[in-house]
Design a protein around this ligand. Structure first.
Ligand code: MV4
Length: 493
């Protein structure tokens, strides 16, 4: 079953290739789009046809709706897969597709629009009986109202931009005397980032876990979930490590959080693949937002369920009923994803784009590497700095961790600095091994500073080696992580 004859992939890098792989297996022809600096990128070579859509800047190319629609017409594509980022959560683009009669492989524009408003979606889900955090009913109208509500729910509270995302406009408020200033600051930031100063207030959780549920919904009213992912390990609101299933999941929590996710999907009339995000603390989960797209970390759900999520997206978009039944979807084993970014550990993990001089990706049992790069490829500075997604599967969590460590050992990337040493340190961190992760894990474990310190100073590395006998394995592992770093910075041969 081909679902479509020809699909345009409105994205670049590993996700464009991921989507094209599903198309190729199904016999669907693929159309790539690319910006000028991407003309030699892998996704262009992989596709059956490719069209240049403009200059490097995303606005001129990957976000250029008019030009992309032209390519749809020229190529005779029946559908558009947006991947993630770029146009993936742009409800206006989805609407444009609906109006032009080209199938947008994602939810209806209406569902995207609802989820684009944090206040609107939170209210809708609370009314549907999904747990949400206590806070202001809508946007903050005045400081007096905010003061009353904050006093009622108790400090600390947090401000968030309604148009938000990515932590923009978030201000943690510890006491009443900080409230007014925090609200004003949040509104200024929200206004300049989104052109919408609307902010709301809710109870602040100190160290929540970020747990998200993958859902699939067809266009005939059927929906299933594919269990959860734990995505707590992040930095500057960018996820670094994700795993599935969540290491602390219980039968009861899984039942309630997956049912909440399905209620969310049904309440907005969702179709296609989506992810419902929750914060979890002290045995309770709270709806945060829904990501109306295929996510970066969909791979680990594929590994533990055996379901190809992109094929499911294509089938659903073609109007097929879900063939998957909830009772047939089960978890087998454990999977972990490490995002390998071109970032410099010595320089606050700032992006380190450039040419990949040597490249050899790991393989063997349980390893999946989704990447859009190759030896000699130059990672451009204009886009995100992801090199690959390194995913490890094991029959249990411990085996997945062991395989991830082994894969990092095998991985050779020379020419750009990467997050691999950081991942090696995380995979050897005792709190991580216990499954004891939360959204402030990196700060609390001080892993970045430890890494940096040991990289800078040869003497402290020697001391560390000696200390490792006394302090146990974690410090030794940090040293080993530095060795991964040193090895990757000595191009030879
Ligand atoms: C929170 C929170 C604690 N309490 N809301 C960060 C990004 C944005 N989408 C929501 N975020 C948070 N909201 C309340 N009421 C803590 C975070 C948060 C976080 C959430 C998910 C993943 C990583 C995070 C890291 C720091 C803070």
């Amino acid at each position: 079953m081909a679902f479509f004859d020809k699909v345009l992939i409105a994205n670049r890098g590993e996700i464009a290739i991921r989507v094209m792989r599903a198309c190729r297996e199904l016999g669907i022809e693929t159309v790539a789009i690319y910006s000028e600096p991407d003309k030699n990128a892998l996704h262009v070579k992989y596709a059956d046809e490719a069209f240049c859509v403009g200059e490097a800047h995303p606005r001129k190319s990957y976000l250029n709706m008019e030009r992309i629609m032209e390519v749809v017409q020229q190529s005779g594509s029946e559908a558009i897969h947006p991947g993630y980022g770029f146009l993936a959560e742009n409800s206006q683009f989805a609407k444009l597709c609906e109006d032009t009669g080209v199938k947008f492989i994602g939810p209806p524009s209406k569902a995207m629009e609802v989820m684009g408003s944090k206040i609107g979606s939170k209210k809708m889900m609370r009314d549907a009986g999904v747990p949400v955090l206590e806070g202001t009913e809508g946007g903050v109208k005045n400081v007096d109202e905010a003061r009353d509500i904050a006093a009622k729910i108790g400090y600390p509270v947090i401000t968030k931009a309604s148009a938000g995302g990515g932590g923009i406009g978030m201000q943690i408020v510890h006491s009443e005397d900080e409230l007014e200033e925090a609200i004003e600051k949040a509104m200024r930031i929200a206004s300049s980032a989104f052109g919408d100063a609307t902010v709301f207030i809710e109870k602040y959780l100190e160290k929540p876990r970020h747990i998200e549920v993958q859902v699939l919904a067809d266009e005939h009213g059927d929906a299933v979930h594919l269990f959860e992912r734990e995505c707590s390990i992040q930095r500057r609101y960018q996820k670094l490590v994700e795993e599935a299933p969540c290491p602390i999941m219980t039968e009861e929590l899984r039942e309630s959080i997956t049912q909440s996710a399905l209620t969310v999907a049904k309440t907005v009339g969702y179709t296609n693949a989506g992810t419902v995000e929750f914060l979890y603390a002290d045995g309770k989960h709270y709806f945060m937002e829904m990501n109306t797209r295929l996510q970066v970390e969909h791979t680990i759900t594929e590994m533990i369920t055996g379901v190809d999520l992109v094929k499911q997206q294509l089938a659903i978009a073609a109007g097929e009923p879900l063939r998957l039944k909830q009772k047939d979807i089960t978890i087998r084993g454990h999977a972990i994803e490490c995002r390998v970014n071109a970032e410099d550990p010595m320089n606050d993990f700032n992006a380190d784009p450039g040419k990949i001089l040597r490249y050899r990706s790991p393989g063997g049992p349980g390893i999946r590497v989704d990447s859009g790069v190759h030896m000699g490829y130059t990672i451009p500075a204009q886009y995100d700095s992801m090199v690959s997604k390194l995913c490890a599967y094991g029959s249990d969590r411990n085996e997945a961790i062991q395989r991830m460590r082994r894969a990092i050992y095998e991985y050779v990337i020379l020419g750009v600095k990467t997050t691999l040493p950081l991942h090696y340190a995380i995979m050897n961190n005792r709190a991580f091994i216990r499954g004891d992760t939360h959204t402030h894990f990196l700060q609390e474990q001080d892993i970045l500073n430890k890494l940096k310190g040991y990289m800078e100073d040869e003497e402290s590395r020697m001391q560390t080696l000696a200390e490792s006998f006394r302090q146990g394995r974690e410090i030794a592992a940090i040293t080993a992580a530095v060795d991964v770093y040193v090895r990757s910075n000595q191009p030879k041969g």
